[in-house]
Design a protein around this ligand. Structure first.
Ligand SMILES: *Cc1c(COP(=O)(O)O)cnc(C)c1O
Length: 229
């Protein structure tokens, strides 16, 4: 698992170099280590190497890891996968961030289920920026209304936007997301986060203002299986 520490250190170095080229402050870029399908030991190794922000796609897997690693109390779990209403409680009770809110009903459930003893859940709205039939996320024209409704809910804080562009569409999609983010911030000045960029396209995402990049393969190596829920 030493490999994980090396990959993390290489990724942070690489982010710093990219930020220097773009005259961006690397402190404004959060690396989310996407640990889905990887064993809890892999998360622990990354934690030992200093990583605190982890991304998971499946509610039960997030909860299982959060419970096993409960002693590491400063871990922040980011839920980044599709969220069905019968799984919102798991996320409301264990995650610090949710990147994939795309329906008011889901946001309302998260708000109602967020324990009062925890900080508000930090929420990003997912945009289906490549307009793919198969993908989660709202269309850009629905954003103002959903953002306003989410901003009014207790227990949640609207923090920004997330997208997963279709293959080959990253550049156009990232540019479009940057514009949407700028517009959103006029109404919601606190919604400054832009979660976009994965292992194969994150340097491009940084050019278009990404503040959170979600790296799985680059940190933990290839996944041997993908789950579907
Ligand atoms: C799996 C996943 C990632 C990480 O993908 P890599 O290509 O392995 O970096 C990032 N974001 C989401 C939403 C994912 O599902």
């Amino acid at each position: 698992m030493n490999n994980i520490a090396e990959q993390l250190s290489a990724a942070y170095q690489n982010i710093s170099e990219n930020c220097a080229k773009l005259s961006r402050d690397p402190a404004g870029v959060r690396l989310i280590a996407v640990s889905k399908t990887k064993p809890v030991e892999a998360v622990a190794s990354a934690y030992q190497a200093g990583q605190r922000q982890f991304g998971e796609n499946y509610p039960q897997e997030l909860v299982a890891k959060a419970e096993q690693l409960a002693a590491l109390s400063d871990i922040q779990w980011h839920f980044i996968g599709p969220l069905q209403s019968n799984k919102t409680r798991l996320v409301a009770e264990h995650a610090s961030w949710v990147h994939s809110v795309d329906r008011l009903k889901i946001a309302e459930r998260l708000a109602a289920q967020r324990p009062a003893s925890l900080q508000p859940l930090q929420v990003l709205l997912q945009i289906n920026i490549s307009a793919e039939d198969s993908k989660a996320g709202i269309s850009a024209d629905m954003l103002p209304e959903l953002a306003q409704a989410v901003a009014e809910l207790p227990g949640l804080t609207l923090r920004g936007l997330m997208a997963i562009p279709a293959p080959g569409d990253s550049k156009r999609a990232f540019a479009a997301m940057q514009k949407l983010s700028e517009n959103l911030q006029q109404q919601h000045p606190g919604a400054t986060e832009l979660s976009m960029g994965m292992s194969d396209d994150w340097p491009l995402a940084l050019q278009y203002g990404a503040t959170m990049i979600r790296l799985g393969t680059a940190i933990f190596g290839a996944r041997t299986y993908e789950r579907n829920e």
